[in-house]
Design a protein around this ligand. Structure first.
Ligand code: 5CA
Length: 151
């Protein structure tokens, strides 16, 4: 079994991963593959705040306001490079899942995601996603819900 599926099974989530050969590397790709609104795609973005990684779960319709994320993270943030993102989460950019990370990473979640009945997030690879209710996403990720979008 693949690594993120193994995590889902181990945690008894009942969540199922869907593979799309056409690819789900970006939010636009994922929305096209799934056939949902781009806002329903969860981007799992890794940042670094004072040397420590944090993850922002952001609606595919929104851009993160980095100043706002810095306020809630307590330190200014910069986008993580590919290697830092991989070391923190255990997954490569394009497939970073919203939870089940290799290390303990604080997670912040875009409030707008709660406006959808269901959302889709990356499942560890750039061709795989899974569907989840946003309330469940918050629980499993232990996320703090905040307004993350820029003006
Ligand atoms: N699978 C899709 C949708 S579920 C996905 O993972 N989308 S994502 O938005 O969460 O991941 C892509 C994001 O990674 C881009 O929006 C961008 O912010 C970031 N990214 C892409 N390339 C790099 C890079 N070289 N260094 C740092 N961040 C990058």
């Amino acid at each position: 079994m693949k690594r993120f599926e193994a995590w889902l099974a181990e945690a008894n989530t009942g969540l199922a991963v869907k593979e799309f050969p056409q690819g789900t590397r970006t939010a636009a790709d994922a929305a096209r593959a799934v056939g949902c609104e781009v806002g329903q795609i969860v981007k799992s973005l890794v940042f670094v705040a004072a040397g420590l990684p944090v993850v922002a779960l952001v609606s595919g319709a929104n851009r993160v306001d980095e100043r706002r994320l810095g306020e809630v993270a307590g330190e200014p943030v910069v986008k993580a490079d590919a290697e830092t993102a991989r070391n923190a989460t255990g997954y490569s950019i394009g497939g970073v899942p919203p939870f089940g990370h290799l290390t303990e990473v604080p997670v912040f979640m875009d409030r707008d995601l709660l406006g959808y009945e269901m959302v889709w997030a990356a499942a560890g690879r750039p061709d795989s996603v899974f569907e989840i209710a946003p309330g469940r996403l918050r629980e499993l990720s232990g996320a703090t819900v905040v307004d993350l979008k820029g003006a």
